[in-house]
Design a protein around this ligand. Structure first.
Ligand code: ATP
Ligand code: MG
Length: 239
């Protein structure tokens, strides 16, 4: 039972606290908080931690069924998820199906919510100070963040994740607009999908209504956000 597991706090981000259990394992504790604009807006969001943890666990398990290697080990049924400890790659991999968000700022020639002819994959350097700037694959290789094979695997995996999640959401009447992935490297050098998959890291629509953190960015209260995450879980059959 993970509930009784203990670890030392090694990191606190905006969405989660990370505890080290041992060499191999970490606990990610999802916070009952929501932030936006690099933390400039922050509110308590009772219930959000459990809902986002449930989403992450559900999607990671779904992906495992399709052979996508990921860090999930166990869940306490509440806010804590047990994961394999990885050496994180400081890159956010974004997959986009429709034009939205920061894409529109850099590419004003495409109208909002245009469906792309094929999913777009892009990379951002994980850096709050620099506001996660867009970077190229050449930048990544030149900086030695990963090698060519690892980079290809990240892109292949991101596209597979997109197909699996998009189809699943579509079967429930939802639209997956875009999402962010993070990867780590295990001791054998394998690229492993890590971090979270939740309303905080994806944009999901039902009848043009957001069920994700975009609501909060657009001014909704934390309570309204928690209600939307509850609705997402109900529609997707997430316990
Ligand atoms: N399997 C893993 N092994 C090691 N670190 C991980 C693993 N999965 C996720 N992480 C890291 O744990 C941290 C989770 O914290 P959190 O997401 O709250 O903060 P953050 O991503 O650094 O910043 P932000 O507040 O912008 O989200 C992240 O730094 C993430 O990269
Ligand atoms: Mg994060």
């Amino acid at each position: 039972m993970i509930g009784s597991w203990v670890g030392n706090l090694i990191y606190e981000g905006k969405a989660k606290r990370v505890y080290r259990v041992n060499d191999e394992l970490l606990i990610m504790e999802f916070k009952d908080e929501v932030t936006a604009f690099d933390g400039a807006r922050r509110e308590n969001a009772p219930g959000k931690g459990r809902l986002a943890a449930a989403q992450t666990v559900f999607f990671m398990r779904l992906l495992s069924k399709y052979g996508i290697r990921n860090h999930l080990v166990d869940w306490d049924g509440d806010r804590k998820v047990l994961v394999r400890s990885l050496k994180m790659i400081p890159i956010e991999v974004i997959v986009r199906n429709y034009a939205y968000g920061s894409f529109l700022k850099r590419m004003p020639l495409i109208k909002p919510m245009t469906k792309f002819s094929r999913p777009l994959v892009e990379f951002h350097l994980k850096s709050d100070e620099l506001h996660d700037p867009l970077i190229t694959s050449d930048d990544i290789i030149e900086a030695g963040l990963v090698n060519n094979d690892q980079l290809s695997e990240m892109v292949d995996t991101a596209l597979k994740v997109n197909t699996i999640l998009s189809n699943f959401m579509m079967s429930k009447g939802l639209t997956l607009v875009d999402f962010k992935l993070e990867f780590g490297i295990d001791k054998l050098g394998n690229v492993v999908l890590a971090d979270e998959l939740s309303g905080d890291t994806m944009r999901v629509l039902i009848n043009n209504k957001h069920l994700d953190k975009e609501l909060f960015r657009k001014g909704a209260s934390a309570l309204e956000l928690v209600k939307a995450y509850e609705e997402m879980n109900r529609l997707l059959g997430i316990p």
